[in-house]
Design a protein around this ligand. Structure first.
Ligand code: ZN
Length: 186
């Protein structure tokens, strides 16, 4: 069991694109376990390797609710292969302690990845559920994209960040998302 330190917004590694995993070695399995230990210890629903300072394409998710058994899921070299619809989501991130703001997300996603044994799988998450949004959020981390880059209101996001002693929104990182804007009627 190894709970790692989670790096916070402003740390350069959060903005670096992560590298593909070439082999699901014992080192990767240890990384996966460290991600789970760190995520559960911090009551998170997802955690990506760059958040513990490792720029490899790995994230873990567990969107089970308190009265359900744990549902740990591992995504290695993930790729979102289909995305549809749009939804607004109030999101936070373990790298932005206690800061929540509204972002744009796809409603439905299909993702392919390798599991913790290196076996390929495809998963679909529909209806703007926590899982659907979480998969997009964690997958973004592997490309150095952060949830605030999907903000619906930069000024509101800045206010929340400053209240939590975090650096302001990086304006040039805000994503142009015409497809989502159209769906959301913006
Ligand atoms: Zn995050």
């Amino acid at each position: 069991m190894a709970v790692k330190k989670i790096v916070t917004y402003g740390t350069p590694s959060l903005r670096e694109p992560s590298k593909e995993v070439h082999k699901v070695s014992s080192k990767i399995k240890t990384l996966v376990q460290d991600l789970f230990d760190t995520m559960y210890m911090n009551n998170g629903v997802g955690l990506a390797a760059p958040q513990i300072g490792v720029n490899l394409r790995v994230f873990v998710v567990d969107c089970s609710t308190a009265d359900e058994p744990l549902k740990p899921m591992v995504f290695i070299n993930p790729k979102i292969i289909k995305k549809e619809g749009a939804t607004l989501s109030q999101e936070g991130c373990l790298s932005f302690p206690d800061a929540y703001t509204e972002v744009k997300r796809y409603n439905d996603v299909m993702i392919k990845a390798l599991d913790r044994n290196g076996k390929p799988f495809v998963m679909e998450a529909k209806g703007g559920t926590l899982l659907a949004r979480c998969l997009q959020h964690e997958n973004d981390h592997l490309d150095g994209i952060l949830f605030i880059d999907h903000t619906t209101n930069r000024f509101e996001a800045d206010k929340v960040l400053s209240e939590h002693n975090l650096p302001p929104v990086e304006v040039d990182r805000i994503l142009d998302e015409p497809e989502l804007d159209k769906e959301l009627g913006k």
